[in-house]
Design a protein around this ligand. Structure first.
Ligand SMILES: Cc1cc2nc3c(=O)[nH]c(=O)nc-3n(C[C@H](O)[C@H](O)[C@H](O)COP(=O)(O)OP(=O)(O)OC[C@H]3O[C@@H](n4cnc5c(N)ncnc54)[C@H](O)[C@@H]3O)c2cc1C
Length: 440
């Protein structure tokens, strides 16, 4: 780097990492081990001022920008090849006001930090199911979790955002200030700026939960899945029904957040659906629940996934699901409840009428298997495509603009493009599920 270029970074509170610096290789690694890109520079931002300097300098140097929070986008969208990676992970503080039931969460925080800080007071807000996922990417795309049927998606619980724009300005987005930006940030992804702080509404959720899982062989599972679906339709909001098909076994059950005894009653109804080969009913603290998948969903594996939303889970959909590829993990998670009560036009997030989210996920370690594993996940999802009503933007992988048309209605795409045009007309923030700016 020339002296002139290096002086641009003199005032950083955090660290600038170049390819030969210690820590550079760790910093460019993300959740999906297939991602192996080499940014020209990584700025580990320790302040909002660092974020502003990074945006302005990157534009001056004509470097492609990527923004990293948890690094869990399956495509590794937070790592640019030869560009500038704005690494928000040092900005990970969470402050909770238990009286006002609010949390202020910096833009690089992981879900676990939010859960732990809020649970000290028996509080929580909707967060995803794996604690090393980033608050940033998850919330900006929607944010589904075990509390969503009670309290809405993560994005529904954001009362205010602090954002660094493409011009390096700091703006607030909430009901009063920049309401269009506030609308777009709740489901429109990282298109509109870099969120440096989220202010969340918290809820009294207590600290207890129950997980219920019953295993059945695939060839006996069709009537069980149909019964599980029917129970899900009338289940209390404390219950989020979930099912997986992995390696010849179908697991049906639910996660209950609240007093476990009421959850146990619902478990009895589920048990009447058939004779499982194994059964696990486990009481956990809420924080334990939120970390129980951390290891199995850990880093270092190669990953690919495809998803769908289903407005209903018909018997034909179940039959297609059970034509299972043993190398692909298929999962279903129920929506409904408070998610569906938010008026569709209130946020950019679409698909509030989804009854179930489906993901076909492949993971492996040998690069020689890349093509085969990706093909299998694609074929699994393709079998379910005729029944799909759309897709969750945070589950989109390499579908491009066709995927965006499945994630958002045509009307919402137009409005998103207008907000994008107002805040990022040159599409500086394009390493995301991208909205093309409408430039008037
Ligand atoms: C193991 C695992 C479990 C998951 N579980 C759930 C779940 O339970 N519920 C759910 O809804 N989703 C879940 N997801 C999907 C998840 O929501 C997306 O992968 C999401 O993009 C991850 O966000 P991140 O911050 O970790 O990723 P990153 O790759 O860091 O970011 C993803 C995108 O968001 C942008 N971005 C991130 N932070 C900011 C910010 N502060 N400001 C502006 N842009 C930003 C990035 O630039 C990038 O485009 C899961 C994913 C994984 C890998």
């Amino acid at each position: 780097m020339s002296d002139i270029t290096s002086s641009m970074w003199d005032d950083l509170d955090g660290q600038l990492l170049l390819p030969d610096d210690p820590g550079y290789h760790e910093a460019r690694q993300v959740w999906n081990a297939m991602v192996d890109r080499r940014p020209r520079m990584i700025v580990q931002c320790a302040s909002v001022a660092d974020v502003i300097v990074s945006v302005r300098n990157a534009r001056e140097l004509d470097l492609e920008i990527a923004v990293r929070c948890g690094g869990h986008s399956v495509l590794g969208l937070s790592v640019p090849e030869d560009g500038l990676m704005i690494d928000l992970t040092p900005l990970s503080a969470v402050r909770v006001d238990p009286e006002r039931k609010r949390a202020w969460v910096q833009g690089g925080a992981l879900l676990g930090a939010l859960d732990v800080a809020a649970q000290e007071h028996g509080l929580a807000t909707t967060a995803g199911n794996v604690s090393h996922t980033g608050v940033g990417g998850l919330t900006l795309g929607g944010g589904m979790g075990w509390l969503a049927r009670q309290y809405g998606l993560s994005c529904d619980n954001v009362v205010s955002f602090e954002v660094v724009t493409a011009d390096g300005d700091v703006v607030t987005a909430n009901e009063q200030e920049n309401p269009d930006l506030y609308w777009a940030l709740r489901g429109g992804g990282g298109n509109f700026g870099i969120v440096t702080e989220f202010e969340f509404q918290l809820h009294d959720v207590g600290t207890r939960s129950l997980t219920v899982e019953l295993d059945f062989p695939v060839d006996e599972a069709a009537p069980v899945l149909a019964g599980w679906r029917d129970l899900s339709a009338t289940a209390p909001r404390e219950a989020t029904f979930a099912a997986t098909v992995i390696d010849g076994t179908v697991t049906v059950g639910f996660v209950w957040v609240g007093e476990p005894d009421a959850g146990r009653q619902l478990a009895t109804e589920l048990e009447s659906l058939g004779q499982p080969t194994a059964e696990r009913i486990v009481e956990l603290s809420y924080v334990e629940l939120q970390t129980r998948e951390d290891s199995v969903e850990g880093h270092t594996q190669r990953r690919y996934w495809k998803g769908h939303y289903f407005r209903e889970l018909t018997d034909a959909t179940i039959a297609a699901l059970l034509q299972h590829d043993p190398f692909v993990a298929a999962s279903l998670q129920a929506y409904g409840g408070a998610i569906a009560e938010v008026p569709p036009e209130a946020t950019a997030f679409s698909q509030r009428d989804a009854a179930f989210e489906y993901v076909a996920a492949a993971r492996w370690t040998d690069p020689a298997e890349d093509e085969d594993r990706i093909r299998r996940a694609r074929e699994s999802a393709a079998r379910l495509a005729p029944f799909a009503s759309g897709i969750y933007v945070n589950v989109l992988s390499d579908e491009g603009s066709a995927g965006m048309s499945r994630a958002y209605s045509a009307e919402k795409l137009v409005r998103l493009a207008t907000v994008k045009g107002a805040f990022d007309r040159h599409n500086v923030f394009h390493l995301n599920q991208n909205i093309t700016p409408a430039v008037g």
